[in-house]
Design a protein around this ligand. Structure first.
Ligand code: SIN
Length: 475
C-alpha cells in the first residue's frame, strides 16, 4: 500500500483486529489491508440515513446531480493510477487491465451525468376532452447493490451512476475480496461533493447477513445484483417478500463461434481478448469455442500459438497479461473442470497445469464435445475448450443449449450469415467479428437464467425510476 500516492483513498482501512476483514493480494496471498466489518444493527441505521438523504437529493435538479457526477468522474481520472494499483493489489488483474477498468468504470459516471438530464416524461393524447394525461419519472428511493470481485469498480459505478443521476440514494455491498477499490471510489465521490449518506459502502464478514437486509428491508426499494445465477435466484426469492424491484446480471456461458468464411487472424485476436481478459474471470468471457471443420486445424494452431505468448504473473509486473485467480476456491474449481474434461476425452493442446500460488496456465483443450461437463459450466478461468462443428443449424442448437443467455460471439465473412446467426442466438449480447463488447453506451444484460434488466446505455437509468401517470380531469 506504500505505493499509493493519494492516501485519502485508503481512509476506510483499519488496523488488524479480531473483527476486521483481511484483504488478500491473490498474487502473493499476503494481507494488503484490513477493513472494518459493519454489524447488522449498524447497517440498519445506515439504511435510515440513506432514506433521509435520498429525500433531499431527489429535490435537487438533474443539473445539480450531474455536476457532482462529472466532478467524481474527473477525480477518478486524476487518481486513475492509484485506483488501478489498489485494484491489482486486491484483485490480481494486470495493471493495464486495471487501468482499463478505471476508465470503463468512470465512463458510467460521465454517461449518466448526461442521461440524468433526459429522464423525460410524456404528454399522452387525451381519451376525453375534459382530461389531460401526462407521465413523469421519479426515483425509486433507496437503491442497494451487491457487486462482484471481478470488476471491483465498474460494477459499482455502472449501478451507482444511474441510481444517483435518477435521484436515488445508493448502498453497496462489494465483494469481501475487493472492498478497497469500492471504498477508494466512494471516497472520491465524497470529495466531489456527494453527501456521505447518499453513497454508503458496507461490508460484513457475512455477505449473507448484508444480503438479507438488502432483500427484506422495506425502505430499500430496489436491488441490483451482479454475480452467479445461483445467488441471484436466492436473492430474487428473498426480495419477493417486499415485492422489491430487482435487476440481475448473472452467470454466462458464452459461445465463441468461428465459421469457415471467417478471417482467422481476426478471430484469434478476438478469441484471446474475449477468453483471457481478467484471466477468464468475467461473465462475458468466451466460455466454449465452436470452430467449423474447414478452419478447425488452422484456428487451433494459430490460437494455440497466440496463447503461448501470454505471460502469467503478478499483475504489478511489467508485461504480465494473466494474473492469478481470485482465491484458492476459484483455482480448485478451474483445475477440477480441466481434469474432468480430460477424463471425458478432451486433449490438452496447451497448458493444463496449476502453477504455484493461485496461478493457472492458460489452457487450450481440443476434441471437446457438447456432452462434456466443461461445455455446460461457467468456467471463470483461463481455459478454452474447443468443439468442432459442421452445420450452421446444428451449431445454433448447440450454442443455445444452455440455461444461460448473456454474451455470445461469432466470426464470419458473410453478411447474410451474420444476420441469420445473430438473430437466432438466444443471448442478450452478440459480438459479430468482435471479442470485446463492453461499453457504457450499449445496454449490457442477459436473457434466460443470465438475468434481466439492462445496465449502461439510455436504458440503464430506467432501472432506478418509477413512472407516475397523472390524469387531470374536469377541464
Ligand atoms: C461481468 O463480468 O460481470 C461484467 C463484464 C463487463 O462489464 O465487461
Amino acid at each position: 500500500m506504500e505505493q499509493i500516492v493519494n492516501k485519502s483513498l485508503l481512509n476506510a482501512t483499519c488496523d488488524a483486529n479480531d473483527d476486521a476483514i483481511a484483504v488478500i493480494n491473490p498474487a502473493t496471498e499476503q494481507v494488503v489491508a484490513y477493513i472494518p466489518s459493519i454489524s447488522s444493527s449498524e447497517i440498519l441505521k445506515l439504511v435510515e440515513k440513506s432514506k433521509q438523504a435520498q429525500k433531499l437529493w431527489q429535490q435537487k435538479t438533474a443539473a445539480e446531480r450531474s455536476k457532482v457526477l462529472e466532478t467524481w468522474y474527473q477525480l477518478m481520472m486524476d487518481n486513475a493510477d492509484d485506483l488501478a494499483r489498489i485494484m491489482t493489489l486486491e484483485q490480481g488483474k494486470p495493471l493495464a487491465e486495471s487501468k482499463g477498468e478505471v476508465n470503463y468504470g468512470a465512463s458510467f459516471l460521465k454517461w449518466f451525468a448526461e442521461e440524468g438530464k433526459r429522464t423525460y416524461g410524456e404528454v399522452i393524447p387525451e381519451p376525453a376532452s375534459s382530461k389531460r394525461i401526462m407521465t413523469i419519472r421519479q426515483p425509486v428511493g433507496v437503491a442497494a447493490a451487491i457487486t462482484p470481485w471481478n470488476f471491483p469498480i465498474a460494477m459499482i459505478t455502472r449501478k451507482a451512476a444511474p441510481a444517483l443521476a435518477a435521484g436515488c440514494s445508493f448502498m453497496v455491498k462489494p465483494a469481501n475480496q475487493t472492498p478497497l477499490s469500492a471504498y477508494a471510489t466512494a471516497e472520491l465521490a465524497y470529495q466531489a461533493g456527494l453527501p456521505r449518506d447518499l453513497l454508503i459502502v458496507v461490508n460484513n464478514h457475512s455477505s449473507v447477513a448484508v444480503g438479507d437486509i438488502f432483500c427484506t428491508h422495506d425502505d430499500i426499494k430496489k436491488l441490483s445484483f451482479t454475480g452467479s445465477t445461483e445467488v441471484g435466484r436466492h436473492l430474487i426469492k428473498q426480495s419477493a417478500e417486499t415485492i422489491k424491484r430487482t435487476s440481475m446480471e448473472l452467470g454466462g456461458n458464452a459461445p465463441f463461434i468461428v465459421f469457415d468464411d471467417a478471417n482467422i487472424d481476426d478471430a484469434v485476436e478476438g478469441a484471446i481478448a474475449s477468453k483471457f481478459r481478467n484471466a477468464g474471470q468475467t461473465c462475458v468471457c468466451a466460455n466454449r469455442f465452436y470452430v467449423q471443420d474447414a478452419v478447425y486445424d488452422e484456428f487451433v494452431e494459430k490460437f494455440t500459438q497466440a496463447v503461448a505468448k501470454l505471460k502469467v504473473g503478478d499483475g504489478l509486473e511489467e508485461g504480465v497479461t494473466i494474473g492469478p485467480l481470485v482465491d484458492s476456491r476459484a483455482k480448485e474449481s478451474v483445475m477440477g473442470y480441466i481434469s474432468t474434461a480430460i477424463e471425458q476425452g478432451a486433449k490438452v493442446a496447451m497448458g493444463g497445469q496449476g502453477l504455484d500460488g493461485l496461478f493457472v496456465e492458460p489452457t487450450v483443450l481440443t476434441d471437446v464435445t457438447q456432452d462434456m461437463d466443461i461445455v455446460q459450466t461457467e468456467l471463470f478461468g483461463p481455459v478454452a475448450p474447443i468443439v468442432r462443428f459442421s452445420d450452421d443449424q446444428e451449431l445454433v442448437e448447440k450454442a443455445n443449449d444452455t440455461i444461460y443467455g448473456l454474451a455470445s460471439y461469432f466470426y464470419t465473412g458473410s453478411i447474410p450469415r451474420a444476420f441469420h446467426i445473430a438473430e437466432q442466438l438466444e443471448y442478450g449480447m452478440v459480438g459479430i467479428n468482435e471479442g470485446l463488447i463492453s461499453t457504457e453506451v450499449a445496454p449490457f444484460g442477459g436473457v434466460k437464467q443470465s438475468g434481466f434488466g439492462r445496465e449502461g446505455a439510455k436504458q440503464g437509468i430506467d432501472e432506478y425510476l418509477n413512472i407516475k401517470y397523472m390524469c387531470f380531469g374536469g377541464l
